[in-house]
Design a protein around this ligand. Structure first.
Ligand code: NI
Length: 138
């Protein structure tokens, strides 16, 4: 079956994080992470561009039903919303909650949950209006 169409939907959530490495000295953490090392954390309004790929159904004219995609997205994003990621989300207590790692986390959460026959194609995570991270799994 040829997959010939993508659909991108944008979701948003707000969350806080602190970038720190316990193995570094206080000075080294400030040198590497700068303001992002602030002991009390700092927040971002994240925007996720979620792109799925699939074949246009003859029956519906769609590759995936948006409502079905929203249900999946809500189940993954809602737990992150208004959280201090590196304290409240278990995954990020072990993996630094950098934009890169949040994009990777989102890929891994979505990849097996996209309503079939569509599949996950691309993740773009905007951390600020000036930077975003792209992630595509293996
Ligand atoms: Ni930050």
């Amino acid at each position: 079956m040829s997959e010939n169409c993508t659909l991108t939907k944008i979701y948003s959530f707000s969350a806080a994080h602190r970038l720190n490495n316990d193995k570094f000295s206080k000075e080294k953490n400030i040198e590497i992470f700068g303001k992002c090392n602030n002991p009390n954390g700092h927040g971002h309004d994240y925007y996720l561009e979620l792109t799925v790929i699939g074949k246009i159904s003859d029956k519906t004219g769609m590759i995936v039903h948006l409502d079905d995609l929203d249900v999946v997205a809500d189940s993954i994003i809602e737990p992150l919303d208004h959280k201090r990621l590196d304290i409240e989300i278990e995954y990020f207590t072990k993996v630094r909650a950098s934009g890169e790692n949040i994009a990777k986390y989102l890929w891994n959460e979505f990849v097996n949950k996209i309503p079939k026959p569509a599949r996950l194609y691309h993740i773009r995570l905007w951390e600020t209006s000036e930077n975003f991270f792209d992630y595509r799994g293996e």
